[in-house]
Design a protein around this ligand. Structure first.
Ligand code: ADP
Length: 546
């Protein structure tokens, strides 16, 4: 070649030759006429082997119609751009490609052939599939907190997508690896593997595979299992026969670990697919094992937290009962002393402090009861002792009467508006609800008036307890009905944050509802609705003023 045109052609040839993409020229009857180095690398045929043969040597059987379609389009002068397909290498391996095919014309404009530019998109496809798989794995692992079940589902979505076999082993309490699941898309194969495992349990001291990955916390991979390995690791002829039957090709064993805590091992094995694992497969397996490890850690923390709550509730129950007995004794003795002090002139001065001790004991007994209720309710033992004809108005008056002195001490007043309502309820438990709500109205009511209203609505009794105190911010209004939740500082107001939770449980056990309406700084109204009421029209208005 000489002159500028010759130089241009030489440049062009050099560019084509140094391209990473396969660039192939062919005639309209599919005969290969040029084959660059990229094509040699991608398809494994040298230029001298490929030139003169048909493009069809690259087309897998299941896609044999594609070449005819391509030629038809070329004859119409059309090109094909970024067509994603599969072609076969010289060694039979399938590769994912993106093909761009354009017609080549002679000087007269006639189509005489086509250029193929083929780009290997195996990695890109793998990355997209890996992302899709990881999203699926994440979803499966989040399905439940029962990790043995979740891991079984996980194994079943990994086969046959990334491996023919998937096994997951987890360490038991003694630190020994135990199988959780062995998955293969063909159940008969699973049975064969299970038999192999039963008859020849894996050796925990093995220097390869899951045992080694578990011991060292390091992933193990064998791209191609050499036949000699099966021979040398077979314990007897039968063992060898079973292993050969499985036809194992390649394996990866990846620790399922969080930080330095190894929970178990994820094993992926290829067999009938003939697939050989490589670094990108190992990377994907590691990501899957990491997701599995986080899921296991989460569900273990959940189990531990549940156990801790159980231990706390058991403790509360035992401690509550133990505290109850000496408190009852103290209360009896203090009441006895109080009576003596009132009767005996010489010690009358002690009446006041004795009464205060009595009130302190009452308060202590209430707190112990709250704790006992927590363990009862948590264990699902809130049994109602319903009575047929409970007069709710009398109950309200009764509770209000008990608080008369306390209201007076706080400098407030209590106003009652009640209608006569009867129903089938547990009077002791409803007393507890009223007591909680009223003592809160006093505690948080800043000494301002408190109103209690009992009315009927349909077959429901509706009880409203309104104070004009500190009120509750909107963000706290739902939360305060939960266990141990408070919207005030313990420094300013004593309490455990249990009263409303217990009240809610009691009301709900009666199939009723409890809600609060409030504005911060302007008080709160707690509204309890109880179904199953018979309401009489007679309305009474009663009031105490301190
Ligand atoms: P405790 O009063 O022991 O804290 P409760 O379960 O009875 O427990 O109440 C939970 C929280 O709800 C209280 O800590 C308080 O922040 C808020 N609360 C309850 N009743 C009232 C009320 N009448 N006014 C303002 N805040 C209230």
């Amino acid at each position: 070649m000489s002159g500028p045109a010759g130089r241009d052609l030489a440049y062009l040839a050099a560019i084509v030759d140094s391209s990473d993409d396969a660039i192939i020229g062919k005639t309209l009857d599919s005969t290969i006429v040029s084959w660059n180095r990229g094509a040699e690398r991608l398809f494994g045929y040298s230029a001298s082997e490929a030139v003169g043969r048909s493009m069809r040597i690259l087309v897998p059987e299941d896609r044999s119609g594609e070449e005819d379609e391509i030629i038809a389009r070329l004859r119409r002068g059309e090109s094909v751009e970024h067509f994603e397909t599969i072609r076969t290498r010289r060694d039979g391996a399938r590769i994912d490609l993106s093909l761009t095919i354009s017609p080549i014309r002679d000087e007269a404009g006639r189509i005489i052939g086509a250029s193929h530019i083929a780009r290997d998109i195996t990695e890109k496809k793998r990355a997209t599939e890996a992302l899709r798989l990881l999203a699926l794995v994440g979803a499966v692992l989040n399905e439940s907190l029962d990790f043995e079940r979740t891991l079984a589902s996980l194994a079943n979505i990994l086969v046959p997508v990334i491996a023919d076999w998937c096994a997951i082993d987890l360490a038991n309490a003694a630190g020994d690896l135990r199988p959780i699941v062995v998955a293969h898309s063909n159940p008969a194969r699973v049975e064969l593997a299970a038999e192999l495992r039963r008859r020849y349990p894996p050796d925990p001291a093995a220097s390869r595979g899951a045992a080694e990955a578990f011991r060292t916390g390091e992933a193990q991979m064998m791209e191609e299992i050499p036949p000699g390995l099966i021979e040398s690791s077979a314990r007897d002829e039968e063992h060898r026969r079973l292993m050969v039957q499985l036809g194992l090709v390649s394996y990866m064993c990846v620790p399922i670990a969080v930080r330095d805590r190894v929970f178990g091992v994820l094993t992926l094995v290829s067999a009938e697919s003939g697939r050989r694992f490589g670094p990108s497969d190992l990377n994907l397996a590691r990501q899957i094992a990491n997701l599995a490890a986080s899921a296991i850690e989460n569900s273990m923390s959940y189990r531990e937290a549940k156990k801790a709550v159980q231990i706390r509730d058991d403790f509360l129950s035992v401690a509550g009962h133990e505290l109850r007995t000496p408190l009852n004794t103290a209360r009896l003795l203090v009441q006895l002393l109080g009576r003596r002090a009132r009767e005996d002139e010489r010690i009358r001065g002690l009446s006041e402090p004795i009464e205060r001790i009595d009130r302190a004991i009452d308060r202590l007994a209430d707190l112990v009861d709250e704790l006992l209720d927590v363990s009862r309710i948590s264990a699902g033992h809130l049994d109602l002792a319903e009575e047929d004809d409970v007069a709710l108005d009398a109950l309200v008056r009764d509770v209000a009467g008990r608080f008369e002195e306390e209201v007076a001490r706080a400098g407030g007043s209590l106003e009652l508006r009640v209608v006569s309502i009867r129903g089938c309820w547990d009077p002791r438990r409803l007393d507890q609800v009223l007591t909680n709500l009223l003592s809160n109205a006093i505690k948080y009511g800043e000494g301002r008036p408190i109103e209690i209203e009992l009315a009927g609505s349909g077959d429901c009794a509706v009880l409203r307890i309104r104070d004009h105190g500190i009120g509750i911010a909107a963000k706290d209004r739902a939360r305060i009905f939960e266990r141990f939740e408070r919207a005030v500082s313990g420094r300013n107001y004593g309490g455990l944050g249990l009263g409303l939770w217990i009240s809610k449980k009691i009301v709900e056990a009666h199939r009723g509802t409890i809600q609060v309406e409030s504005e911060p700084g302007r008080g709160a109204t707690f509204i309890v609705t109880l179904p199953g009421a018979q309401v009489s029209c007679l309305e009474k208005k009663e009031a105490w003023k301190a």
